[in-house]
Design a protein. Structure first.
Ligand code: UDP
Length: 316
């Protein structure tokens, strides 16, 4: 049993992490400024013994009373529409927020775990992406605010590891989807499912030939916990290597939801990566981890969740 601080704990991944940690008997201090996270995601945990919520922006100094065994830094806008709307906050939480949470981990002699991203690979020239690939990121493009903040976060995490001997973990998370994404999150899986459920056209950006590899949230969280429990300091990709084009995803969603929706085409956002797929050899070898949930099954579960959300927002 441990006491774990989760920043961004009211967000999509953060709240699932809180659930899993509480389930296994850990105490959790969930910190979130509720900019993109929501109390709805942790409402079921509010009265659980061992769970504590603190509303705070970790880009400012972070103070936690008592012993802490691990600090998991998951706070950040993570959807392109969010970080384009909040570029400076995104840079701050990835840089200052990482520095503050590293400081907390160091002061408490705790393990530090940073949520990094496949975006550190940018628009990759190596495919699939191994952890040894250094990436192709445009620092001054609109996505640079997220990508470079996360690259800085990885760099300062390794610096704390090397300089202070801090016990650290770096995970590179690839596109993850599932319950508790916001219906207006802006990411492709949530957009398509919500559009299909409403009978609206699915909005394909570009010609739909760009690819992504989508990991169901339960698989992702299992990988994150396995990495936390390992002693691995170098970056590890956690994602599902099954790659789909955006056009293929649209077809699957329409089929699963049994929707009459059609597709419509919109301009491709600037610097939108053309392909993305994790090489998960390291995760398999080091953690014995691999994803189990196929895309169709994950889409079914997620569509069920969104159907419930939409029914509450606009009852039929
Ligand atoms: N996308 C799309 N329609 C949408 C939302 C996204 O075609 O309604 C595309 C987007 O341009 C990108 C891919 O889907 O090529 C994945 O986008 P997302 O925002 O989910 O994540 P990213 O991997 O780009 O961070």
């Amino acid at each position: 049993m441990a006491r774990v601080v989760v920043t961004g704990g009211a967000g999509f991944l953060g709240s699932h992490l809180c659930d899993r940690l509480i389930e296994r008997g850990d105490d959790v201090v969930c910190i979130d400024n509720l900019v993109t996270g929501t109390l709805d995601n942790i409402a079921h945990l509010r009265d659980t013994p061992g769970f504590e919520f603190v509303r705070h922006d970790v880009s400012d100094y972070v103070d936690v009373d008592g012993d802490v065994d691990a600090v998991l830094h998951f706070a950040s806008p993570a959807s392109p529409i969010d970080y384009l709307e909040m570029p400076i906050q995104t840079l701050k939480v990835g840089s200052l927020g990482t520095h503050n949470t590293l400081g907390l981990a160091k002061a408490k002699d705790a393990t530090f775990f940073i949520a990094s991203t496949s975006e550190v690979y940018g628009d990759p020239h190596e495919h699939p992406q191994k952890e040894t690939y250094w990436g192709n990121v445009n620092p001054v493009g609109p996505r640079g605010v997220y990508d470079e903040a996360k690259r800085f976060a990885e760099a300062i995490t390794m610096a704390y590891h090397r300089t202070h001997g801090l016990d650290t973990r770096i995970v590179r998370i690839f596109n993850t989807y599932g319950p508790r994404m916001r219906p207006n999150d802006g990411r492709v899986v949530s957009n398509f499912i919500v559009q299909a459920l409403r009978g609206d056209n699915l909005t394909i950006y570009g010609d739909g030939s760009q690819s992504r590899s989508f990991c169901y949230v339960d698989d992702e969280i299992r990988g994150l916990i396995a990495l936390l429990d390992s002693g691995e300091h170098d970056p590890v990709n956690i994602g599902n290597p099954n790659e789909f084009t955006v056009a293929e995803l649209a077809e699957i969603v329409v089929d699963v939801v049994n929707s009459a929706s059609e597709v419509e085409y919109h301009p491709l956002p600037v610097d939108d990566p053309t392909q993305r797929r994790p090489d998960i050899s390291r995760a398999k070898e080091l953690l014995g981890w691999e994803p189990r949930v196929e895309l169709r099954e994950g889409i079914e579960r997620t569509a069920e969740y969104f159907a419930g959300v939409l029914a509450r927002v606009a009852p039929a």
